[in-house]
Design a protein around this ligand. Structure first.
Ligand SMILES: [Zn+2]
Length: 265
């Protein structure tokens, strides 16, 4: 496919990424996304357009505020680059399709959830609930108009309908509720709701691929954390970040991963 389309995807992704940074900064603090305009966290100087160019501003300002010299969190750059990468990958996987737009949206939601959980150890209802409503609407549309082929290349079995979404959500929710009841210290209530959202967006049976990746990645990180003894015993794992990673990888390559895995037997 045309390289220029990938460049456009990357630019679009970086711009969306800079909006996701605003969400990650403001949603946990209960601030409005629309007002006030962006300002430096430490000197409160209002940022002008040259300060707001995704990726480039950070690089040219060497990660510091133009006005007071205070460090801008590296996360700002990470989120912009990751979103750009995500959008390239999504377009590579699904080209011009409804699925591409949908994966842009879901992927963005999971990036916001992942980074808020990383920084605050929180999974916000005000992110999860609206995303769940969108996912239910999408599933309803996909069920009513299967000929629209919204998910044609996403799911193997059964075809995506509102039923496979609800089964996926119920499976994710129930599994994490069980883990939570057995071992309440392991995760929070937010993780259970997030598992439900992942089920709604990836559907049955891919929800299991997403949760599997999340649990394995989280487990590896926990072991590494223990091995390096960083943070001591009180360190709380942001499992929501790992589950979000699993969800994004599954939205992109879930069918391939599941086919490959089943082919092993
Ligand atoms: Zn400043």
């Amino acid at each position: 496919m045309e390289p220029v389309l990938y460049v456009i995807c990357a630019l679009f992704g970086a711009v969306i990424g800079s909006f996701l940074n605003v969400c990650i900064d403001r949603l946990p603090a209960g601030k409005s996304l629309a007002y006030p305009p962006s300002a430096c966290d430490s000197c409160q100087h209002r940022l002008s357009p040259p300060d707001l160019i995704p990726v480039l501003s950070y690089v040219f300002l060497r990660g510091r505020c133009r006005y007071c010299g205070q460090r801008i969190p590296l996360r700002v750059l990470c989120v912009e680059l990751l979103t750009a990468l995500l959008f390239i990958a999504v377009f590579y996987v699904s080209g011009w399709s409804a699925r591409t737009i949908l994966t842009f949206i879901y992927g963005s939601v999971f990036i916001v959830i992942a980074f808020i959980d990383m920084e605050h150890k929180l999974i916000l209802n005000k992110v999860v609930y609206p995303a769940a409503v969108i996912a239910l609407l999408v599933l309803a549309i996909a069920s009513l108009a299967p000929q629209a082929g919204l998910f044609n290349n996403v799911i193997m079995l059964p075809r995506v309908t509102i039923l496979s979404g609800i089964i996926g959500a119920a499976a994710g929710f129930a599994f994490f509720l069980l883990v939570y009841l057995i071992y309440p210290q392991g995760m929070g209530e937010g993780d259970i709701k997030l598992a439900g959202l992942i089920g709604l967006t990836t559907c049955f049976p891919l929800v299991f691929v997403a949760l599997f990746i999340g649990i394995v990645a989280g487990g590896i990180a926990a072991v590494l954390l223990l091995a390096t003894r960083r943070g001591g015993r009180k360190t709380q794992m942001p499992y929501g970040s790992f589950l979000s990673l699993g969800a994004i990888l599954t939205l992109l390559w879930g069918t391939d991963l599941l086919t490959w895995y089943l082919g092993l037997f």
